[in-house]
Design a protein around this ligand. Sequence first.
Ligand code: M6R
Length: 608
Amino acid sequence: MCGIVGYVGPRDCTDVLVSALTKLEYRGYDSAGIAVFENGRIEVAKSKGRLTDLVAKMEREGKPQGHAGIGHTRWATHGEPSDVNSHPHSGRRVTIVHNGIIENYKALKQFLIDNERTEFLSDTDTEVVAQLLDFYYDGNPVKAIRRVLHEVRGSFALGIVFADRPETVYAVRCESPLIVGQGVGEAFIASDVPAIIKYTKDYYLLEYGEIAVLKNGSVTFCDLHGRMVEKELKTADWDEDSAEKGGYPHFMIKEIHEQPTAVKTTITPRIENGMPDLSECGITPETLKKVNNVFIVACGTAMHAGMVGKYIIEKYARVSVTVDIASEFRYRDPLIGEGDLVIIISQSGETADSKAVLNLVKGTAAKTLAIVNVKGSSIAREADMVIYTHAGPEIAVASTKAYMVQLAVIYLLAFEMAYAKGKIDEGKCQRLTAELMRIPDVIKETIEKTVDQCQYISTKLITADSLLYIGRGLDYALSMEGSLKLKEISYIHSESYAAGELKHGTISLVEEGMPVIAVATQNRLLEKTVSNIKEVKARGAMTIVICDEEADIDPDAADYLIRIPKRYEVLMPMVATVPMQLLAYYTSVNKGNDVDKPRNLAKSVTVE
Ligand code: M6R
């Protein structure tokens, strides 16, 4: 939710800020703005719309020229997207950009009004912080920031410039992620590493309550109490290419194609002598043996990976698994304690509700395990154990490769747990693991085999008002993800349903021409699923069936048949997800939508 950047150094500051914001637009894209010191004065340029609208505005009206400044790309929370609500926001001597939420901004605003600070221009919580900083500013910026930190409640990160401290940028982190990049004679702030990777791979990770001061190309840090802090300089293992489209028209399709490599990179280091080995993640057979119940808690696509996990872990490790939406789990007073393992899955590692679950569980005797893609993210650092997925940066808002690697990790975990608990023998564990190792090639083959057909079928979906995804067992878990993928980028209403449950109400929605996408990869359930497909077909549905190349499907049941390679049934979710991603992608492309930045969404959801 929102991206912030800052720069101090010899380059043209506006160019650096715009370039860095381009890489953060996935975090929010309803308005953008910058503030740059020009001849000792803070010049602000901001605009509703995409970053390109801001650039066009600066081309028309002149761009700020200077060597230090801050920038922002917004996902509106308080106040509609508009020029005036765009960041940066200013008090009399202070200008800020903000990512996150200020929970008590109304009380703070009242406090300021009571103290004769009434000049509010926008509807944002951010402007209240700018005014508050100004209120407490007595010529010592760090003191004012620390004072404000003690008064403000919420989850946020700020980039700040003070009018009488030219060529200096201040930054502070309270929950929302913020990194500080260190180049040669220049320094940066950014919400995420890809924003600055073009300039430097070296960065510091700000911790909760830490303040950074960027001046003369270098950085100093202090904590909430004003004590100087020495920080470890990290080096990103992503290169510039991984944050670029690399010749593909959209990040989403690039990321779909990156899945074989992402899975290989994620599983290979965790397999020893043909057996899963998660010891580098702090997970030992002894830890897994002691697990009595598993809770998987996450949001969106990550939660759907958890749905697949439920089937796999229960099947092999014979441990009961409950899957929950993070925003529900945290408020339902869950029964957790000794012997429970709570797995939090998150690509970003910063999702507010998932983070809140982690904090809730930490107060109990249950153990926490994070499955996270972004290194050093809050969830990764705070969990008892962490398995990093090695998908590289996922930029498209619609998650694809992150989901795929989350599945891969869940399989490894399930197999290791099953073996540790004596539910499968070594031979079986090795066979399952060997099959998993073949999956990257199968994903590649599936993309090649289905891409043209999915592109064609998508032309039949673009006029639909609504569609259904159905399946049984693992196919049902998977159809939830297929449905979400399609609706979030095509804007076509879609629902996923357990195929056997349709006749209890939902089948009344089916009418002539309604697309129904059926996933039928589970042989044991094939006949039943085919019956359900025939039921919707008999009521006029246009049926698209995803099944393996050997499945015996009555030709009358399917208007379109997408055949995918046949592997172990249990691993089929990693294969069948590919055509679903492609269908969603091409439907969005054919509708002329902004595939990578669908309306009303943002990549990293750091608000509740
Ligand atoms: O970063 P996270 O994995 O915690 O994000 C969770 C969801 O917000 C995310 O998966 C979302 O549903 C995606 N837009 C789906 O494509």
